[in-house]
Design a binder for this molecule. Structure first.
Ligand code: URA
Length: 231
């Protein structure tokens, strides 16, 4: 699609005003100012106007309160998946941005926009994730410091990045991590000699699980929520 058409489709600008914005240097494509309105943009291109990322209408952005017992996959004929909980016209279009274990509940993001989901999951984007963690044993102050400074996970060589720990009670914490290693939260707690009994994701970046959503329910993200990821 031509760049001026992309702008006119994704904003309130007329085609004429879109062209003006481009020639004035207000538009970037993949981080570079582009001043030719007839440039062809690919589906994966990140297009910004005055520093705000644009999205073509028609893309789907959802949050779900993932229930226990469903897997984070698009389809699996043997097990129920989070995507199975959506109506078929949505299910066929979306993928999951940041998986959860089968027994983890809470905030799951689903989208049709591959560029956007890359921003959620890319290690370079530093998108923090907050989990409510129910522990088998009370968290000692030494273990808290270890989580906050970095722990060595089994079979890995690099310490985890510093995490934030908020004590809710002796054996219930809110843990914010800035990476997404395999089974990271369970392995971090295992590395301190503890065991995770329950795990629930509360937040990704600035997107907080809507408390009105019952397990298995979903809603569209607001414009502000979806733009918060791209900032
Ligand atoms: N860390 C885990 O161990 N499991 C999850 O589902 C998410 C983060």
């Amino acid at each position: 699609m031509r760049l001026d058409q992309y702008l006119a489709t994704s904003t309130e600008l007329s085609r004429k005003d879109a062209k003006k914005a481009i020639t004035k240097g207000r538009v970037r494509v993949d981080g570079t100012v582009v001043q030719s309105a007839n440039m062809q943009t690919s589906n994966e291109a990140v297009v910004e106007l005055d520093g705000s990322e644009l999205h073509l209408p028609g893309e789907i952005y959802l949050m779900m309160n993932k229930p226990d017992g469903v897997i984070s996959a698009t389809n699996d004929s043997s097990q129920p998946t989070a995507v199975d909980l959506l109506p078929s016209q949505l299910a066929s279009k979306v993928h999951i941005a940041g998986r959860l274990d089968k027994d983890t509940t809470g905030l799951l993001l689903l989208t049709s926009d591959g560029q956007w989901s890359h921003q959620v999951t890319s290690p370079r984007r530093d998108c923090p994730k907050t989990y409510q963690v129910l522990l088998a044993e009370p968290l000692s102050s030494e273990a808290k410091v270890k989580l906050e400074t970095g722990v060595l996970l089994k079979d890995e060589e690099k310490l985890t990045l510093p995490a934030t720990v908020v004590m809710c009670s002796d054996s219930k914490i809110e843990l914010t991590i800035n990476e997404g290693r395999y089974h990271q939260v369970k392995r971090m707690l295992a590395a301190t000699g503890n065991h995770v009994k329950g795990l629930h994701r509360l937040q990704i970046g600035e997107i907080t699980l809507d408390p009105a959503l019952e397990p298995g329910q979903y809603r569209e993200l607001t414009e502000e929520e979806l733009r918060s990821i791209a900032r």
